[in-house]
Unconditional design. Structure first.
Lengths: 107, 112
């Protein structure tokens, strides 16, 4: 079993929909990252969380340390949000990654 | 600032050849890391460094060497390439593993 599990694997939404991507992990962590990988392959860091909630524009990330769970929400989704979203956890200086969630937002 | 620069962007090798993937950052970051990304498996950590002169192994270090002689550079060496090393390789840097990671554009490597 992977240490970092993401769901769903694939997600298709209509423009404007509210989207949630989930990440569960089974190890003790010092931080959790959400990354976005564009169709062209580039990877951008969206959030780093160690507790609570962060918001940036239409993106919201939450983490529950006790339940070992994090969610990434996208409000008012847009076709430009189409990408692969990756959850990664930091274990000391080591990084472990989920397999990613492929999001497609249709106009 | 250029951020994290990886070279080359594409490379084709024959089995047994050696090569070095270059990674440089201009943000004075202490933490640098190399990942490989394979279809269906996600990103996996190969090696990382927490500062000049200090390196350590990640999840999949076999077949790869690294060194960190300066803060800016963190090259990844394939001593004898194997088809199993066909992958997309990403370098990243940050103030620390807990901090926001900055990724290079990636190197697509094929080993025939």
């Amino acid at each position: 079993k992977n240490e970092v599990e993401q769901s769903p694997q694939n997600l298709t939404a209509q423009e404007g929909e509210f989207i949630t991507i989930n990440c569960s992990y089974s190890v003790g962590i010092s931080a959790l990252h959400w990354l976005q990988q564009h169709p062209g392959g580039g990877i951008v860091s969206l959030f780093m969380l160690s507790s609570g909630k962060k918001k940036h524009g239409r993106l919201i990330a939450t983490i529950n340390i006790q339940e070992k769970h994090s969610s990434l929400h996208i409000t008012a989704s847009h076709p430009r949000d189409s990408a692969v979203y990756i959850c990664a956890v930091c274990v000391a200086n080591d990084m472990r990654f989920g397999a990613g969630t492929r999001l497609t937002v249709k106009p | 600032n250029a951020g994290v620069t990886q070279t080359p962007k594409f490379q084709v090798l024959k089995t047994g050849q050696s090569m070095t993937l270059q990674c440089a950052q201009d943000m004075n970051h202490e933490y640098m890391s190399w990942y490989r990304q394979d279809p269906g498996m996600g990103l996996r950590l190969i090696h990382y460094s927490v500062g000049a002169g200090i390196t350590d192994q990640g999840e999949v270090p076999n077949g790869y060497n690294v060194s960190r002689s300066t803060t800016e550079d963190f090259p990844l060496r394939l001593l004898s390439a194997a088809p199993s090393q066909t992958s997309v390789y990403f370098c990243a840097s940050s103030q620390g593993a807990k901090n926001i990671q900055y990724f290079g554009a990636g190197t697509r490597l094929s080993v025939l």
